[in-house]
Design a protein around this ligand. Structure first.
Ligand code: MTE
Ligand code: CO
Length: 422
């Protein structure tokens, strides 16, 4: 291809009509081997000659049978038992910023609890003026909020502290999801119960068998916590805490108590198992960081990635996700050479507070090896660190809060590997 032609085909991609033409040609040449010629132009495809399924075929719609590879997956050696387990969101197969409900990763310590909403109650007790018990219908009488937030498990990427281990975007980054929650602001519920001046902390308790309990400071409770009953427009899924879960925007997923049963107000943290023996970070000097609630800025390139190799040379898009527990994403940089040179990616609206943000950047691949990285910067000007910068402060004993820059090695064949630099 001459330089002039290159320029033309690249520019044509930006204008929809001509762009589609250029893309269609590439797609045809790649897929022609696999397709059933009978169905290709100029023939009339077989699906045009028969009636389709009736409208009653799927009272609750499911994805196309050709998308059956887009599923949550687990890692065998991380699965103690299916009841105390985790699976991962297939980020590499998703577009935009919304995680479909059936693909949100699950993390349970005692299995998915099934609750009949008629039997559901939320109790608020402790240092309040009036201890109260709410039914689900009671909660729904309050003013509602509808907010997109990411939820990330503090252990996301926890296997990668000492080196690259799992060769997949899904396994190294998939303990995150992003949905629109509907619920009532916890501060609105507190107008009913009143609050004693001595109330400084809350104990959030789940009703599953795991005894999930976390302490949350009163400032966060008053700021933006939500008692939520819906995600992406429908009732919460059982896996996500049906009928009610706590939403703690920007803070580690463990605090987002599912199957929420009780909120107790106290004057000090409750020092539960989940905030003492777990969800603390052991440093090199033997001390442990505690109450590390905020999820720092992070990003991942979802295409290409180990599950999404590069399949053609020439013009194409790098696409990825960035998020921060401190607010909005301000900028994402992408490097093709392992962090020596950076270019700023395009952020796709909506760019929301404490939500996944989609970024893309076009590039042209000539078949050379690349070291692909992305780096998120949030509105507090926090810059996503390298693993070396993070290890300098935190050592290598942590499981939680690994928000370092990952590297995808693009090999000459287009295959992509998760690697560690330096
Ligand atoms: N709440 C209860 N009641 N039981 C649990 O096991 N797991 C926590 C948190 N809330 C858990 C819970 C952890 S560790 C995480 S990361 C998130 O829920 C996971 O939420 P998800 O399953 O909706 O992805
Ligand atoms: Co978790």
């Amino acid at each position: 291809m001459t330089d002039k032609k290159k320029l033309i085909s690249r520019r044509s991609l930006f204008s929809t009509g001509a762009g589609l033409g250029a893309l269609a040609l590439t797609t045809k040449s790649l897929l022609a081997k696999e397709a059933n010629k009978k169905n290709l132009p100029p023939n009339v495809p077989e699906w045009t000659e028969a009636l389709g399924e009736g409208v009653d075929a799927n009272p609750y719609g499911m994805p196309s049978e050709f998308e059956s590879h887009v599923v949550r997956r687990n890692v065998e050696w991380l699965t103690a038992s299916t009841e105390s387990s985790v699976n991962f969101t297939p980020l590499q197969d998703l577009e935009g910023i919304v995680t479909p409900n059936g693909l949100c990763f699950e993390r349970h310590h005692g299995g998915t609890t099934i609750i009949n909403p008629t039997d559901y109650r939320l109790m608020i007790n402790g240092l309040v003026d009036r201890e109260m018990i709410f039914t689900l219908d009671d909660l729904k009488r309050f003013p509602q909020v509808n907010k997109f937030y990411f939820l990330e498990c503090a252990a996301n990427g926890g296997m990668e502290w000492r080196g690259a281990q799992l060769n997949g975007c899904q396994y190294t980054f998939g303990m995150v999801h992003n949905v629109q929650y509907t619920g009532v602001k916890l501060s609105d519920l507190l107008q009913e119960t009143g609050l004693k001046n001595s109330a400084k902390w809350i104990l959030a308790e789940g009703s599953d068998s795991s005894g999930m309990t976390r302490s949350i400071p009163i400032e966060k409770i008053k700021d933006d916590c939500i008692v939520a009953w819906a995600m992406n427009g429908e009732a919460l899924r059982p896996e996500q805490g049906y009928p009610v879960r706590l939403v703690v925007p920007g803070w580690e997923g463990n605090m987002w108590v599912k199957w929420l049963r009780r909120l107790e107000f106290g004057d000090k943290p409750y020092m539960t198992r989940e905030e003492t023996s777990k969800y603390t970070d052991l440093l090199s000097d033997g001390n442990a960081r505690m109450f590390t609630w905020v999820m720092d800025a992070k990003s991942v390139i979802t295409s290409p990635c180990p599950e999404k190799p590069i399949i053609h040379r020439g013009f194409q898009q790098i696409s990825g996700l960035a998020w921060s527990g401190r607010g909005k994403i301000k900028r994402v940089d992408v490097s093709l050479d392992g962090g020596k040179n950076w270019k700023t990616a395009q952020l796709h609206p909506p760019v929301l507070d404490k939500s996944l943000t989609r970024f893309t950047i076009p590039f042209e691949w000539g078949g050379e090896e690349l070291l692909l990285q992305s780096r998120a910067i949030d509105e507090s000007n926090y810059v996503q660190p390298t693993i070396q910068e993070l290890q300098k402060i935190r050592g290598v004993n942590s499981i939680y809060h690994n928000n370092s820059i990952a590297t995808w090695l693009i090999t000459k064949s287009g295959k992509v590997d998760n690697v560690r630099l330096g």
